[in-house]
Ligand binder design. Structure first.
Ligand SMILES: [Zn+2]
Ligand SMILES: [Zn+2]
Length: 488
């Protein structure tokens, strides 16, 4: 069942709720730090069928996911402790993110649930409270490691998701952010209580009739996701057994670097200590009369003596990237040289061909998309990097794409025309990106291109020491370029 996360509170409930909120403690931790807390060790041990689960990899073997160990939210309320982790699967679906919530009480009774969060607006970092904005739906599935509990509780879970609507004046978003340890003003904490009913816990014993009944209920909820009545108690009347226990208490955990991608760059730099100097050296070659390029592929480890390889220069003075490399690319860097392809100078930023090449490589399965960084250093003195946030978005860009076309292929002509029009508008117009255009304006044009063509990438400007990275975004209101420095 999907229910919108939406706060609606009746006035008579406010006092009672404030009392409830004041009693909630939220703190941050890490998996390793929690292994020093006996209460947590006991709880996580119960999740393993085979052995004490004192390693996050046990989850991978038994449940098909990995715990991201760096960020854990611990919520405590009236003797119960709730540990929330973000989890990751081998194949990530970009439409949602998932949390594991472990619910344990003072006598060690433990339950665990998977929370699937489906944003209806793009996730965005919140300046306040080290958090992020979330609007969307939540779907909860109990983990049925404990048969006794599964038989007793079965299919309905009531959960309270903590949000915070405190915002500073001047900050743009009115979307509530998820509660963090810094959200300690109970007047601004809001809880969204939802009940999810699932067939998974009941297994075959529930039968088809029950399935239909829950299915119908789910449909009626789904049809009115913005109604604002996913409030406390909703669903309890139609959800047998759901209210016998206090709700599972959680606040969403999501690695913001999946939006900002700053860490993707810094981790790669840290993994390959020689990379920075290789990039600086490459950036110094823009006065050559041809492009230069380097790359790192997935075969390279931190121990590889020379992870950086050279991209050959092709006949037109542009780099000749191998579309069928033995290992996926994790980094490609190239120059836009002073003469450019036609001798009149160069683009100060990535070209549409650059984007098409990466898109093509994704289609061919040759990009390690999660860790991939793509650089360009130009004769205009500009330095940029991009990372991939949405693989399927960038993958779709190159269309029709090079040699992939079989004879008789029917093309989606509106799509072809739409992409061509976007490229035309970005690069071929007088005010577009061309060899003589103003690099400051090019930046803005390219950011517009990212948005319009739905490239699913982040753009960074880089200083000449390859140390300071600033994420570039378009202010949605003023359309000006905003720079957000990466902190690490
Ligand atoms: Zn807050
Ligand atoms: Zn290029």
């Amino acid at each position: 069942m999907l229910l919108a996360l939406f706060s609606c509170e009746l006035e008579e409930e406010v006092l009672q709720k404030n009392n409830y909120r004041e009693n909630i403690k939220i703190r941050n931790s890490t998996f390793d730090a929690l292994l020093n807390e006996q209460h947590f060790v006991n709880a996580i041990s119960k999740l393993s069928k085979s052995k004490p689960a004192q390693s996050k990899t046990v989850m991978e073997a038994e449940y098909g996911f990995t715990i991201l160990p760096d960020q854990v939210k611990v919520l405590e309320h009236k003797g119960k402790t709730f540990y929330t982790f973000q989890i990751k699967r081998e194949v990530q679906n970009p439409d949602y993110f998932e949390n594991l919530v472990i619910d344990t009480d003072s006598i060690g009774q433990t339950d665990a649930y998977l929370f699937k969060y489906l944003p209806t607006e793009p996730l965005a970092p919140s300046e306040e409270h080290d958090s992020f904005h979330f609007k969307g739906a939540v779907h909860i599935t109990p983990i049925t490691y404990n048969i006794a509990i599964a038989e007793k509780e079965l299919h309905c879970v009531t959960a309270t998701v903590m949000m915070c609507d405190q915002s500073w004046s001047g900050s743009g978003s009115t979307t509530p952010h998820v509660a963090t340890q810094y959200c300690n003003n109970p007047n601004h904490l809001t809880e969204v209580t939802t009940t999810t009913c699932d067939m998974t816990a009941g297994g075959g014993s529930m039968g088809a009739g029950a399935g239909g009944w829950f299915g119908a209920n789910q449909g009626s909820q789904g049809s009115d996701p913005g109604g604002g009545h996913a409030g406390a108690g909703n669903g309890s009347g139609t959800a047998p057994g759901s209210n016998t226990n206090p709700p599972v208490l959680t606040a969403p955990v999501f690695d913001l670097d999946q939006i900002t991608k700053c860490k993707t760059i810094s981790k790669q730099m840290a993994k390959f200590p020689g990379l920075k100097q290789s990039l600086i050296d490459l950036a110094a070659t823009t006065s050559d009369s041809h492009e230069n390029g380097i790359f790192i592929d997935k075969s390279a480890t931190a121990e590889t003596p020379d992870p950086v390889q050279t991209v050959p220069v092709g006949s037109g003075g542009t780099i000749d990237i191998n579309l069928n490399p033995p290992s996926k690319y994790t980094m490609i860097a190239h120059t836009h040289d002073i003469s450019g392809t036609d001798g009149t100078g160069t683009f100060s930023i990535f070209s549409s061909d650059d984007m098409a090449t990466i898109s093509n490589l994704i289609q061919l399965g040759k990009i390690d998309t999660g860790d991939f960084v793509f650089y360009v250093f130009t004769a205009d003195g500009t330095r940029y990097a991009i990372t991939i946030n949405c693989t399927s978005c960038l993958e779709a860009f190159c269309y029709p794409c090079n040699e992939n076309l079989a004879i008789g292929t029917v093309l989606d002509m509106p799509r072809v025309l739409q992409i061509n029009a976007l490229i035309d508008q970005t690069y071929n117009k007088a005010d577009g990106i061309h060899s003589q255009s103003d690099p400051v304006n090019d930046k803005k044009k390219f950011l517009e291109f990212i948005k319009e063509a739905n490239l699913g990438i982040s753009l960074f400007e880089v200083d000449e020491t390859l140390t300071a990275f600033e994420k570039l975004e378009l202010d949605p209101k003023t359309k000006n370029v905003i720079k957000k420095p990466c902190s690490n």
